[in-house]
Design a protein around this ligand. Structure first.
Ligand SMILES: [Zn+2]
Length: 128
């Protein structure tokens, strides 16, 4: 599978995301490290290199997500998938208050955990 994403496709992803990370909603304008194009379902899990499987993600979300597609939440140890910006509505799974992102669903919980959305430095950055 070719991972190369043409500039025209990148531009569509970025504009569709309204220049914000689709996981933590951080605008790219003030990011210290440039936002990136994320494969929502990683190539190694069978994800495609097309608009339906691409999301705009800040560096922190993308690096923490890596090729993960879900996690197990304790104590049940049941596999829970991650938030999918193409299929899910952010506000159905999360809410934000004073820079802290709260889960409304297990998908939200799994995503907060894997992407480390509430790292203290990230909360501070959101409140700047
Ligand atoms: Zn992010």
């Amino acid at each position: 599978m070719n991972r190369y994403i043409p500039d025209s496709l990148k531009k569509q992803v970025i504009e569709r995301a309204n220049y914000r990370c689709e996981y933590c909603l951080q605008p790219d304008l003030f990011a210290y490290i440039a936002h990136q194009i994320d494969h929502i379902i990683s190539i190694k899990h069978g994800g495609q290199n097309n608009l339906d499987n691409l999301a705009y993600a800040c560096f922190q979300c993308n690096i923490n997500k890596g090729s993960d597609i879900g996690t197990m939440l304790l104590p049940d140890r049941i596999f829970i998938r991650l938030f999918n910006p193409r299929e899910d509505n952010w506000h159905d799974h999360f809410e934000i208050d004073n820079g802290v992102i709260y889960a409304k669903t297990t998908v939200g919980q799994a995503t907060i955990k894997v992407l480390n959305l509430n790292d203290i430095n990230r909360i501070i950055e959101r409140n700047d």
